[in-house]
Design a protein around this ligand. Structure first.
Ligand SMILES: [Zn+2]
Length: 461
């Protein structure tokens, strides 16, 4: 085929129709064909034979806190996107908080884009933020290309990003629904949190008691009721309480436009094994008991949970001070999500097809990037994660690419070594070592029309 520059061949190419031996042809950064394994290589094309390593679609991580600018000592676009590339992720969406400024106005969005542009090793887009008083900013942000809006129902942990009260939530969601946007929600009920015992200290059991399942369950019930009333599209972030799954499934069955994600740490780490004082395991909502984790896996298996995304939310080591009451809440896992999830998934009888669906196709769909990202299929960007699924490695935080070598996975032995990551047909990381920064900034599909910014699906603003 004319124009083909690269043919990537493997005995295990993970496509939307299943895993098979195939040769993937690439021209102009896009997949042109997923053909027979032994198809002749066109003249002038480079053949890369991955052997028995699996070729997955590059992962799409829609939940990353890059914190840049403003808290770059916690993380930054260069380090976060290097870690992502090393971990098989080719697209990330940055959360609107923990950077200064937060992404709550179009001016702030431009600041974020200008900061990210020269540093991005992978394709990078932005969520906007819905906070008290910025309803009039939501449509301009939508037009400027954010993928949707994040809000909190309880305190976020940073004062510049306050939560929405019930009336503010309704007006923000009414506005967002008016232009066909998406609201993504940190769903914990502030009343339930306030009523829970707040003991602080080093005991994980006390921390777990301070963030009860009921806080998530009640907030999700309230969100479902509002989504139904407004006929709105909403997404539940980082679901930890498996008790909420029946309500989510029921609402979806009744036609509520509701999706949900969970995170590698909820699927692979359990409250019973968190040592006291090990605040690298602190996040909100928290890692819960093993029995809860089993039900989350059932929710993934039956499709109630759509996506698995990192919620990578790092900080400096001194902020993980051993006291669960005061330590920063957030788990750093950008580079480890794929092997962590695969390690547990394989033991539970899941396949790489499942992992690709949860970590690539479904988050791409959530962001409206399906058709362009999230599948090894013709017409999609030639984004690949090449994985040795049977190989193991032991996590050494010093070898990770994110800024602060703190992670709850330290010392764990995981299955699945990411051999190489390809972005739009270019090798961007090999054996954990990222190459040059060739990522582009992404806009929501359809953004930019009539606003003076560049139009087009997932374009480069
Ligand atoms: Zn988060």
């Amino acid at each position: 085929m004319p124009g083909v520059r690269l043919v990537l061949r493997s005995s295990r190419v993970v496509t939307p129709e299943g895993t098979r031996a195939a040769s993937v042809s690439v021209a102009d950064g896009r997949i042109t064909e997923v053909g027979p394994y032994d198809a002749p290589v066109p003249a002038g094309a480079r053949l890369v034979d991955a052997g028995d390593d699996a070729v997955l679609p590059g992962l799409v991580d829609t939940h990353v806190h890059v914190n840049d600018p403003g808290r770059t000592e916690w993380e930054g676009f260069a380090t976060a996107t290097r870690a992502a590339a090393a971990g098989g992720i080719t697209t990330l969406l940055d959360m609107p908080l923990n950077s200064l400024p937060p992404t709550t106005t179009t001016a702030h969005l431009r600041t974020k884009q200008e900061t990210a542009r020269p540093q991005a090793h992978i394709d990078t887009g932005f969520w906007g933020g819905a906070v008290p008083g910025n309803v009039s900013e939501l449509r301009p942000l939508h037009d400027a290309g954010v993928f949707g809006f994040k809000c909190f129902l309880s305190p976020s942990g940073v004062e510049e990003f306050p939560q929405l009260g019930p009336d503010e939530l309704e007006s923000a969601l009414t506005e967002i629904t008016g232009f066909g946007g998406l609201l993504i929600v940190h769903a914990e009920d502030p009343g339930r949190l306030a009523a829970a015992p707040q003991r602080g200290g080093a005991a994980y059991a006390d921390f777990l008691a301070s963030r009860p399942r009921a806080a998530e369950n009640d907030a999700i019930d309230r969100l479902i009721a509002l989504a139904r009333k407004l006929d709105a599209r909403v997404h539940v972030l980082h679901l930890s309480s498996a008790d909420a799954l029946p309500a989510i499934a029921r609402a979806r069955g009744e036609g509520v436009a509701l999706t949900a994600e969970t995170c590698p740490h909820f699927l692979t780490l359990a409250a019973e094994e968190v040592p006291d004082g090990a605040t690298e395991f602190k996040c909100c909502p928290p890692i819960r008991e093993r029995a809860n984790q089993d039900v989350l896996w059932q929710g993934l298996a039956d499709g109630t949970i759509d996506c698995v995304v990192s919620d990578h939310s790092p900080c400096t080591a001194d902020l993980k001070d051993g006291d669960f009451g005061t330590a920063w809440g957030g788990i750093s896992s950008l580079q480890l999500g794929l092997p962590a999830v695969w390690s547990e998934a394989r033991g539970r009888g899941h396949t790489l097809d499942d992992v690709a669906r949860w970590m690539s196709a479904a988050p791409a769909r959530l962001a409206g990037l399906d058709g362009r990202k999230g599948a090894v299929a013709p017409g999609h960007d030639a984004d690949f994660a090449v994985l040795a699924p049977e190989e193991t490695f032991t996590v050494d935080p010093a070898e990770l690419q994110h800024r602060n070598p703190v992670t709850a996975y330290a010392g764990r032995t995981l299955h699945g070594v990411v051999r190489a990551t390809w972005l739009r047909g270019r090798l961007i990381a090999e054996n954990g070592r990222p190459g040059p920064a060739t990522g582009r900034l992404l806009q929501r599909t359809g953004a930019g029309a009539g606003t003076g910014t560049r139009a087009g699906a997932a374009g480069t603003p």
